[in-house]
Every structure is written in structure tokens, then in C-alpha cells.
Design a protein around this ligand. Sequence first.
Ligand code: UDP
Ligand code: MG
Length: 313
Amino acid sequence: MKKLLSIVVPCYNEEETIPVYYNAMKEQMKKMDYVDFEIIFVNDGSRDNSLNIMRRLAKKDKVIRYISFSRNFGKEAAMLAGFKNAKGDFITTMDVDLQDPPELLEQMYKGIVEEKYDCVATKSTSRNGYSFLRKLFTKMFYKIIGSMSKTEMVAGARDYRLMTRQMVDAIISMDEYNRYSKGIFSFVGFDTKWIEFENQERVAGTTKWNFWKLFKYAVDGIVGFSTAPLIFASLIGLIFCLIAFIMIIVIIVRTLIWSDPVAGWPSLVCIIFFVGGINLFCSGIIGEYLAKTYLETKKRPVYIIKETEDSVR
Ligand code: UDP
Ligand code: MG
């Protein structure tokens, strides 16, 4: 019996890339005829023709399945939906823009079947094709989260990784609402082999991420996998108390010895603003955690499915 390999492909406004991806995967599947495939396109509320293309492909090719969301829920939700519905013995997720090279699949499959790893993951060594600022902030993000979180985040790691059923079941069992896959993959553990490759440029279309989206994603990652910022807040409070205490003593002594008159309200205003700012900043940190807790307790679904290939066939 051949094993089944499921590929989850999140798509958001990808009408240009889906056909290119499909053709590239056809080639790859021919090369890997020792295993059966199932490709699950997840339509994450695209506003273009993506869903129609998926419907057409699913009709003509049994290998293709699709799940269509009722609106855009984000890539994390799309990956989870794919994992939950995948039937394969081995499961992976790929970007549809061919930034995750299909050629690597063969090597990844060997890593699991022959070398007995639970997971073969990929990371890109360069970030060609991304803007200078994005590269800089990405680098900073990994530095910050690396020092804050016990869960290891590998710089340059992509979501493209082949996993055993067992590992994917573990990932599904983490039913948190605020999903940050890079952290979840690392949190569940299992033996992982890393493959490096040169970053590829998108074949067509444009990136779905802007600066603000990426920034929020980074905050999600930090809040989701570290409570260090909370300690940071109380630490700053403590330091400020200490400074204030020293200042009080200095002023008392100064008044007693030189009986200095009160001088300079500008400096006072500056201090009030500064301390007020720090105060708000720290409340903001606490608020961020509170907000996340609030959303978790609501137990809202991570995604809502509107249509699958079964419901239309
Ligand atoms: N994607 C998605 N939902 C979103 C944003 C992106 O399903 O809200 C998909 C997108 O179609 C692509 C993958 O996630 O297959 C990666 O997106 P993109 O290539 O835009 O990100 P980048 O490579 O620039 O990090
Ligand atoms: Mg991409």
C-alpha cells in the first residue's frame, strides 16, 4: 500500500499563482510516484477568481481537494483547517507562490521514511526579494523573541515542513485561538531535521503582508509564547521607585544644608510626562495579555467553512 502525503495550501487572492503551482506540483508528483498525494487548497476568503479555479481543478483531478472559508481568517486558520481535514500519513503545508520549492519534497520525504525523523523542516538562508526594512525588522524580531521565550524560534524557518500524522495530531490538539505556528511547531517538540535553501521570489501576484500586519503578527508571537514583557513592566516600575527614593533623599538633604528654593517647573513637567508615558506603556503590555485572554475565553471558532469539494460534487 502506498502512503498518502497531504499538502495544505493556503490561498488568499491567488488566481495568478494557483495554476502555476498546480503545474509545478504535477511535475513533482510524477517524480514521486512511490507515494499518493492529496493537495488541499484552502481558500481564505479570496475576493478574486481563486475559488472557481479550485472548483475546476478539483473536478478534473482527484488529487485536488479544497476548503473554502466564509471570509478571510488568515493563514494560520487556513493551515489549521487543512491539517484537520487532511487524510494523509504525512502532512505538509506550502505557500502557493512557489516560494517553497516542490523539489525539496523528495528529500523531505526521505528524511521521514528512511531517516525516521518526525519532521523535516525548511529554512531559507537569505531573504532576497524582501525589502531592506522587512529584513531588518525580521532580524530584530528573532533576536527579541529568542531572548524572551523558552520556545525556540528558528530564524528564517518557513512553515513548509513535512510532518508525521502523530505530530500533526499534536498540533491540532493545541486548540488555542491566537495561533502562532512557528511557536506551536516548536512547542510540540518531536525530532526535526532542518534543510536549508536559498530564498525564492514569488512567481506571480504580490505579498499579502504589509508592515502593520507583520507587526501585529510579531506581537502575537511574543505575547503567545512569552510572559517576559509582564516582568519587564514590573521591573521598570521597581527601577522608577528606586530612582524616586534616591531623589527624595537628595532633595531633603539639599534643602536642609543649603535651603535651596524650589526651582524649575519645566524639569518637573518633563518627569511627569516621562513617568506617565512609561505607566501607559506598561498598562498597554498588561492590556495586550488581557485582550488575548479575553479572546481565548470566548472560544470562538478559528475559521468557518462555507464549501468543500464534497459539498459540491
Ligand atoms: N495567505 C492566506 N491568508 C492570508 C494571507 C496569506 O492564506 O490572509 C496565504 C497566501 O495566499 C500564500 C501564503 O499565505 O499562499 C503566504 O503569503 P505571502 O506569499 O503573501 O507571504 P510572504 O511570502 O510574503 O511572507
Ligand atoms: Mg510568499
